[in-house]
Design a protein. Structure first.
Length: 225
């Protein structure tokens, strides 16, 4: 029986109206460095960001390395850009019926959370969901930068299972990339696809986010909880 549901982050649990990295690069160009190449800057930033997913580089180091590579040395300018990164990254939107569905799943007794490849620590992402009134997500977020393991490595999925105290077989994972769905399957989680390419749709697939309400029976109470 499925007792918990873990979600991928961007593109599954939430989305942004604009790519936050490109928004940040355009801010640097418009506010600080008129001849700054925003597209090239985004490529450099994304490379440092991906390198941090498996741990070993903290979030503040990602921003610092990018600023060093971009030859932005002025302390006030660097502080302003770092603050803007935080501001832009927090501008997330939920999919239609997202909040209502998550709250109803929580009310029914499902444990909810997120397994994310990210340079954002879990504490930062948790603050986004608490601001939206979704403590049910905020209380169980596992970020790759914190655990030193990224999808599809088994370690990050098992870290989530350990975090909520359940076996992988009782957890469904909702994702949109083939590699992350396969990683979930490999550790025993049930893969559920959403907003993915047709060729990687799973047997359990969400046409709309609220389909989750019809997918699983209400979980039985877990002894001792």
């Amino acid at each position: 029986m499925i007792n918990a549901i873990a979600f991928d982050g961007n593109g599954v649990l939430y989305y942004r109206d604009r790519d936050f990295v490109l928004s940040l690069m355009e801010y640097i160009r418009d506010r600080h460095v008129p001849d700054f190449d925003a597209q090239a800057g985004a490529t450099v930033f994304n490379d440092f960001m991906r390198r941090s997913f498996g741990g070993g580089i903290e979030k503040k180091e990602v921003v610092g390395l990018f600023l060093d590579a971009s030859r932005i040395a002025d302390p006030e300018m660097r502080a302003d850009i770092a603050q803007k990164e935080v501001e832009y990254s927090r501008r997330i939107c939920l999919f239609p019926t997202g909040k209502e569905t998550l709250l109803e799943l929580s009310r029914r007794g499902f444990r909810l959370g997120m397994i994310t490849n990210s340079f954002q620590p879990a504490a930062e992402k948790a603050s986004w969901f608490r601001a939206l009134g979704l403590d049910c997500i905020a209380d169980a977020i596992v970020s790759s930068i914190d655990v030193g393991s990224s999808k599809p490595n088994p370690g990050i999925y098992l870290a989530f299972a350990k975090r909520i105290g359940l076996c992988p077989e009782s957890i469904a994972f909702v994702g949109h990339e083939a590699f992350e769905l396969e990683g979930a399957r490999a550790v025993g989680m049930l893969p559920v696809s959403f907003r993915c390419a047709p060729e990687i749709r799973e047997k359990c697939h969400l046409g709309v986010f609220s389909d989750l309400l019809d997918l699983f029976p209400v979980p039985e109470p877990i002894p001792g909880r």
